[in-house]
Design a protein around this ligand. Structure first.
Ligand code: NI
Length: 143
């Protein structure tokens, strides 16, 4: 099995706030990330595709094609946007790194697997909110 990764970048604003909870609960749980007037992050997203290379091309997935899928599905809707208010597929989701990475995985799965070599799978999506904080979503046993 070969694991192929493409890394991409976007900037976005967000606020962590659970509208079902009182303001003091939100301030206590989310701290600075609950600041009412938003704050921004330089997000990095890594998309990992697992499979066997196609016999004719030698590719698990064409990385240019993978980048265009990531651009269309994640970067264009999210870059320089407010993740709480501007992105339809994030409506009603508290935009923690955990919730974002699972939502991104679910959106990428079908188009990525359709463009990859036969039998390949979208193995993992990793989302960095800062250099030190990241979350991964992977529905498979880990290597
Ligand atoms: Ni934040």
């Amino acid at each position: 099995m070969i694991y192929v990764t493409r890394k991409s970048h976007f900037n976005a604003a967000h606020r962590l706030h659970n509208p079902e909870k009182p303001d003091d609960w939100n301030r206590k749980i989310y701290g600075k990330c609950n600041y009412p007037n938003w704050h921004g992050h330089n997000y990095e997203i890594e998309v990992v595709v697992a499979g066997e290379p196609d016999a004719k091309t030698g590719y698990v997935i064409d990385l240019g094609k993978l980048q265009s899928i990531i651009d269309e599905i994640i970067i264009e809707p999210c870059d320089h946007k407010n993740l709480n208010t501007d992105v339809d597929f994030l409506e009603g989701i508290i935009p923690t790194t955990e919730n974002l990475v699972r939502t991104f995985y679910d959106r990428l799965k079908e188009p990525v697997e359709q463009s990859a070599a036969s039998g390949s799978s979208l193995f993992l999506v990793r989302l960095y909110e800062t250099e030190r904080n990241f979350a991964e979503y992977c529905p498979y046993p880990r290597i």
